[in-house]
Write a protein that binds this ligand. Structure first.
Ligand code: BG6
Length: 311
């Protein structure tokens, strides 16, 4: 059987379930991939342990999910799931010197392990995951480090990714939370928080320009890196009557991406028909001008917090 023939679209059957905590169960699917399902008084959520990938988060006061997940995402070992919050680490985009290595780094396709689960004072569920040092991870990055992700699921979704340099020399990383937000339609939204910021347009060979207005979308591919951008931003959605607020720290760049009709059609896992119109990626990032140098023994943390204002 060819690799393509074994690709599976849509969520596979779950074969095992185990309760880890009052609000968290662990599931395994028929392909051996593992997931955490969270159901607390404030929100529901789902995390794939491959990639520490938050697939779903929905506060209970909302009727529409906050994260977009493709209806034909692939759930197989070594492939990233299309939707939710993929983790890009330790580089963003193509590897700087070796194009055979995974785009956006390998953290999104390596299994992570659960280190701790607890409840916060507000009733949210906090889960700490650590990336496993598999042979594949070591092949792609040979020096020692520790990478943990703390995911807090409640009325807000908070993600903190901590990189600790355990080597005896400094190293440089690129990284992102590549979050796919669920929107009513790409033509109904605008994004604020980037005015007067310099961006590099990946579709124009990284040409630099200044953003003068709120971002709006006409259905064509959009792929820009806002550099030296550490401010919060917001997605205003007149169809869902809500604003998604994106607060961040430890991040000096923001990427905004939507594939547009043509590219979505060629990707194979971007959903059916016009599903691509129902998402926008706003990525809390360190990339290009804003890669991060981590000195020996030091820890760097990238954080994002998403909250919803209903109108
Ligand atoms: C965005 C990049 O962050 O991710 C785009 O800016 C890229 O250039 C997109 O196409 C999707 O990447 P991938 O590897 O998940 O298909």
């Amino acid at each position: 059987m060819t690799v393509e023939a074994t690709l599976q679209h849509g969520q596979p059957e779950m074969t095992k379930r185990m309760q880890l905590h009052a609000h968290v169960s662990q599931l395994q699917d028929e392909n051996g991939l593992q997931y955490l399902e969270i159901d607390n008084p404030l929100a529901t959520g789902k995390i794939a342990l491959q990639g520490a990938h938050v697939m779903q988060w929905q506060p209970k006061f909302l009727s529409d999910p906050v994260l977009w997940l493709s209806s034909n995402a692939r759930y197989i070992k070594g492939r990233s799931i299309r939707g939710g919050t993929p983790i890009c680490w330790p580089w963003f985009g193509a590897h700087p010197t070796d194009s055979t290595l995974c785009p956006h780094g390998f953290a999104r396709v390596i299994p992570w392990r659960v280190m701790d689960i607890d409840a916060t004072q507000t009733g949210a569920t906090r889960i700490i995951l650590e990336m496993q040092q598999t042979p594949e991870a070591q092949r792609q990055l040979s020096y020692p480090y520790e990478l943990t992700l703390t995911i807090t699921i409640g009325r807000r979704l908070r993600i903190d990714m901590a990189t600790t340099n355990l080597a005896e020399h400094p190293f440089v990383i690129g990284e992102a939370f590549h979050t796919y937000f669920n929107v009513s339609d790409i033509s109904n939204i605008h994004i604020t928080g980037m005015q007067d910021c310099v961006y590099m347009d990946k579709l124009l060979r990284y040409e630099r320009n200044v953003e003068h207005n709120a971002l709006a979308f006409d259905g064509k591919e959009y792929d820009r890196v806002y550099v030296n951008h550490s401010a919060d931003c917001a997605i205003h959605d007149s169809g869902y009557n809500r604003i998604i607020h994106i607060a961040k720290s430890g991040s000096d760049a923001t990427v905004v991406w939507n594939p547009g009709a043509e590219k979505a059609g060629s990707m194979g896992d971007m959903g059916t028909a016009d599903e691509w119109r129902k998402t926008i990626c706003v990525e809390t990032t360190n990339a290009l001008d804003n890669m991060v140098v981590i000195n020996p023994g030091r820890k760097h943390t990238l954080s994002a917090e998403y909250s919803i204002e209903t109108l």
